[in-house]
Design a protein around this ligand. Structure first.
Ligand SMILES: Cc1ncc(COP(=O)(O)O)c(C=O)c1O
Length: 423
């Protein structure tokens, strides 16, 4: 197997015979200074992807914070002109704490609590994306006389996106949104419009995640266009879902190509006058991030070699959840041929705690070496857990030769902080 190629690395990555650099910072020095496992994000890549989204869509285009959220990320996306999409009270709270103005926040969620809606109304979020009749009832109950709630309505266009079942959301048999085909979406809009103080700006559809081809998005636009024909909306949001290449050989559309394709389709349907919005998450953060691990126990059985690292399914649950593939490389020998296939596993008490089923690494990779798994910037840290009471890794942003810790490593004290008795 050839050495890793930069196609799956952050935009600023450079490789030498004995080190790898991102944002002008040596990965070896990062591992030495901050320890492993460590999430490393390239600010230049994050900013470039945000700018693409801001340029291709209209004002109100959002970063889907579920893909990776911390204060630094929320501020960065907002600085680059994006709104922030949140799906829970916890995400809303963090984004507000990070200093992003409430009127740049969009509240989602298929099961919004009374408290979540109350807070969103209280602080005055940019949009509430109404998902179901319970949302409508709660907004009607909580919206103060004279106050305004700016809403989109989430519809399910009946599109079977070509992606993993767990991240497919546009088909009818899903917990999200109002179905177009049954008339539920039309009834939802009528009910929502009847609530005094509610402005329904338009429709929202998110058909799924990690979608490579254009077909699903184009089908969804067809359905939405037919659905809203003759209505007086001013916005249309096509959600997120753009796929990224996780392993070499995979090819994904850029945000620019995706945005252009969607805009062309919307214009062709006569909807060019509407604000065209989207909520990319993965396509903004995935390739900007990578995880550094230290190699620990190495065990060879008849069939294969197991190489264990100091993290695993707690910092990257995607392989277990979706069977996702990743690449790996030795940060101190990034240009070496990767001649050895190993099963890269974590430190958790599950046989299924496999990060990469067949990872190719240079020969003689051994205990203590630091390896990187690229494209772990999305749905890694944000889905991280403390399974086996493993502390969550630190997160470092790198830019122009400087590194800054944006989330410190969790400690055993952090993990014990919720205990009540005998502490
Ligand atoms: C409503 C909504 N918008 C946007 C996103 C972001 O999707 P992605 O990270 O695939 O771009 C999601 C992801 O689940 C979502 O549910």
């Amino acid at each position: 197997m050839k050495p890793i190629t930069v196609t799956v690395l952050p935009d600023t990555a450079t490789l030498t015979n004995e080190d790898s650099f991102v944002g002008g910072v040596s990965l070896r020095s990062l591992a030495e200074t901050y320890g492993t496992p460590l999430f490393v994000y390239d600010e230049a890549t994050l900013r470039a992807r945000c700018r693409e989204a801001a340029a291709l869509f209209d004002d109100g285009v959002a970063f889907a914070s579920k893909s990776f959220l911390c204060g630094a990320m929320a501020r960065l996306a907002a600085e680059e002109g994006l709104c922030i999409d949140v799906a829970t009270g916890g995400e809303l709270d963090l984004v507000l704490r990070s200093g992003v103005p409430a009127n740049r926040v969009i509240l989602h969620g298929n099961n919004k609590s009374r408290e979540e809606i109350a807070r969103a109304l209280d602080v005055g979020v940019h949009r509430i994306v109404v998902d179901n009749h319970d949302d409508i009832d709660t907004i009607a109950e909580l919206l103060a006389p004279g106050a305004t709630a700016h809403c989109l309505i989430r519809v399910t266009p009946g599109v079977e996106a070509h992606t993993h079942d767990f991240v497919r959301t546009g088909h009818e048999d899903t917990k999200f949104g109002f179905t177009v085909a049954t008339g539920a979406a039309r009834r939802g809009i009528d009910r929502l419009r009847a609530v005094p103080g509610v402005v329904v700006h338009g429709v929202h559809a998110h058909i799924g995640s990690q979608i490579f081809g254009p077909e699903g998005f184009l089908e969804a636009i067809d359905v939405l266009a037919e659905f809203i024909a003759g209505d007086s909306f001013d916005e249309i949001c096509i959600g997120g879902g753009l796929g990224v290449a996780y392993v070499e050989g995979e090819e994904a559309l850029s945000i620019t190509a995706w945005g252009q394709m969607v805009r062309d389709a919307v214009i062709a349907k006569g909807l060019g006058g509407l604000r065209l919005l989207a909520e990319p998450g993965r396509s903004i953060v995935a390739q900007a991030g990578m995880t550094l691990y230290s190699v620990g126990a190495v065990k060879t059985v008849t069939q294969r070699t197991y190489m264990a690292v100091d993290g695993g399914m707690s910092d990257n649950p995607r392989p277990v959840l979706y069977g996702s593939g990743y690449e790996a490389f030795d940060i101190s020998r990034p240009l070496a041929e990767r001649t050895q296939a190993v099963r890269l596993v974590g430190k958790h008490c599950e046989s299924g705690d496999v990060l990469i089923d067949e990872a190719w690494l240079p020969a003689a990779t051994k205990r203590g070496d630091v390896i990187a798994t690229p494209v772990t910037g999305a749905y890694g840290y944000s889905m991280a857990s403390n399974y086996n009471r493993v502390p969550r890794p630190a997160v470092v942003f790198v830019a122009e030769g400087q590194a800054r810790v944006v989330l410190r490593r969790e400690t055993f004290d952090d993990l014990a902080a919720l205990e009540i008795d005998n502490f």
